[in-house]
Design a protein around this ligand. Structure first.
Ligand SMILES: *[C@@H]1O[C@H](CO)[C@@H](O)[C@H](O)[C@H]1NC(C)=O
Ligand SMILES: *[C@@H]1O[C@H](CO)[C@@H](O)[C@H](O)[C@H]1NC(C)=O
Ligand SMILES: *[C@@H]1O[C@H](CO)[C@@H](O)[C@H](O)[C@H]1NC(C)=O
Ligand SMILES: *[C@@H]1O[C@H](CO)[C@@H](O)[C@H](O)[C@H]1NC(C)=O
Ligand SMILES: *[C@@H]1O[C@H](CO)[C@@H](O)[C@H](O)[C@H]1NC(C)=O
Length: 485
């Protein structure tokens, strides 16, 4: 019996409580943000229920926010009219663009069938700051999430613009920022021990290169157009972010590749362009003005267009900002070429190696595909995917375009080619040599015969004369006509 009466007492008190005492809610928001004030359990209200939302400022002043009466026209307080939106016949209220004065008390009173339900929404402030809110890549970002103290127990999680949970610290620092830290950071506040959370946001701008800049470019010695060497800041940076970040100096430099990949980048870089002073900014090449890098006053594209020739290597764009912070972007340029073991024109009949090369060892994930003159002989189709084509005997019909295509998977990276020319000159020379030889022999033989015949005749005459002089015994034959008297 006693137990029963006890239960009814509790019941009565509960009823009194729900009709008279106000339910208190804690709501967190951010200046400039918005909050939703919502009766959580959808109470079963009659269609005669009246709803009144009011605001009590920190100084104790009461203002009407919104009132709903089924008999009349809903009324919104003119002071908040443009910032409030109502749904569910006034049971839910969203207040946008919160001002610092809003962080006080909102009250909701529902009168239905002589019953009054009152809910008090206490608005608390979350203040987030990012310092500095515009910074250069490699610098350190400091974030703070200041949660105003309330009766609720709060906890904080920071999420980065990529949406990953960074830390549960209220004041984290992020070292060595990059483009991936550019964007909106969220401080998510959990409170009331329930799944109630409020989000406060802060925007951070990181001056960094575009994440889509290539790190490796394949080009070809056969390409005649100059190459775009990209160096541009990412496109989500606004002019207002960049106005304080104009490079004070800068340069483009080149480091040739060494034949050994392991030694890459160890050679001394050579500067070939430097950034001008004054506006508009431009790259200077031995004091010769290049075209301006835009109109100014902000600059984001520092790309250049350059004839690479066979200068494969690492091209680096370096920008130096105030405070000595340097940002640099390096792109490796590989130059494909087709080389022949013999210079053009190649003598027909010779063995020739035609090589597709980057001038240094080629990574194993790259493939080559040759396109050779249609009538070319002696090249096995199976060898059209090897780096060196060995031609045992070059012929006239091998003349033409020998093209190699460099690809990675299905993607064609670049193409290079050489025009093979042949010549028959050496054959003709030998032919001429033999013909002239034959002519010479033909001319020489009669001459030799004539000489031989005349020598023979002379010998005969000499012998006859000797026989005659046998009878002459004078010791000193006198030459006639020597003495003139
Ligand atoms: C990030 O933190 C929130 C709140 O603590 C949690 O709900 C969410 O699952 C977390 N996400 C990840 C990816 O850890
Ligand atoms: C900074 O981060 C970049 C990648 O974003 C990394 O390449 C570089 O080594 C880092 N520098 C330092 C000093 O940690
Ligand atoms: C380069 O341009 C600047 C102005 O932008 C000018 O003052 C300077 O004389 C120019 N120099 C040459 C070498 O043309
Ligand atoms: C930068 O400028 C070059 C021309 O110098 C242009 O080809 C390129 O598209 C520009 N890049 C961006 C991201 O605007
Ligand atoms: C062609 O290359 C092979 C090796 O692949 C070599 O043995 C041969 O001597 C080369 N021939 C010429 C003409 O360079």
């Amino acid at each position: 019996m006693e137990y029963c009466s006890m239960k009814s007492v509790i019941l009565i008190t509960t009823v009194i409580f729900s009709t008279q005492a106000a339910v208190e809610e804690i709501v967190y928001g951010q200046v400039g943000g918005s909050v939703v004030l919502q009766k959580r359990e959808k109470s079963q209200l009659s269609n005669r229920a009246r709803t009144t939302w009011s605001f009590r400022s920190t100084s104790g002043e009461d203002k009407n926010v919104y009132s709903y009466n089924p008999m009349g026209v809903p009324a919104t307080g003119s002071w908040i009219k443009d910032r409030v939106s109502v749904s569910n016949t006034g049971l839910s209220l969203t207040i946008n663009r919160l001002t610092p004065e809003d962080f006080s008390v909102f009250e909701c009173e529902i009168h239905d069938k002589s019953k009054t339900e009152k809910t008090i929404y206490k608005l608390y402030k979350i203040t987030v700051t990012a310092y500095p809110y515009v910074l250069l890549a490699t610098q350190t970002l400091s974030l703070t999430c200041d949660v105003q103290k309330s009766a609720a127990k709060t906890s904080v999680v920071w999420t980065s613009p990529q949406g990953t949970n960074i830390t549960s610290s209220k004041n984290p620092t992020v070292k060595n920022v990059s483009v991936q830290h550019h964007g909106v950071w969220n401080c998510i506040v959990d409170y009331q021990g329930r799944q109630t959370e409020a989000k406060a946001t802060v925007s951070v701008a990181v001056v960094d290169f575009s994440p889509s800049l290539p790190q490796l470019i394949y080009t070809s010695l056969s390409s005649t157009s100059p190459l775009l060497l990209p160096c541009s800041l990412h496109s989500r940076l606004e002019s207002s972010h960049l106005s304080g970040f104009i490079p004070q100096s800068g340069h483009w430099s080149f480091t040739p590749f060494s034949a050994d990949r392991a030694q890459e980048g160890t050679r001394a870089p050579q500067q070939f362009l430097s950034l001008s002073q004054g506006t508009p900014l431009r790259w200077l090449d031995n004091q010769v003005n290049q075209s301006a890098l835009g109109e100014g006053p902000t600059y984001r594209n520092f790309s250049i267009v350059k004839n690479i020739g066979e200068e494969g290597g690492i091209y680096t764009c370096t920008l130096e900002f105030k405070g000595g912070v340097k940002l640099s972007w390096s792109v490796r340029v590989e130059v494909l070429r087709v080389e022949s073991s013999h210079v053009n024109p190649v003598q027909e009949g010779l063995a020739v190696n035609i090589t597709c090369t980057l001038g240094r060892p080629i990574p194993s994930n790259l493939e080559v595909k040759w396109t050779i003159p249609r009538h070319s002989s002696k090249i096995l189709s199976s060898s059209l995917s090897s780096w060196i084509l060995s031609h045992p005997r070059v012929q006239k019909k091998d003349e033409g375009k020998w093209q190699c295509e460099l690809s990675k998977g299905t993607k064609v990276l670049t193409r290079a080619y050489m025009m093979l020319k042949t010549e028959r000159a050496p054959v003709n020379v030998w032919l001429w040599v033999s013909i002239s030889g034959a002519v010479i022999v033909l001319v020489l033989i009669p001459i030799l015969i004539v000489i031989f015949v005349r020598r023979h005749k002379q010998n005969l005459m000499f012998r006859r004369r000797r026989r005659r002089t046998k009878y002459c015994r004078c010791k000193h034959p006198q030459v006639k006509g020597f003495y003139k008297s």
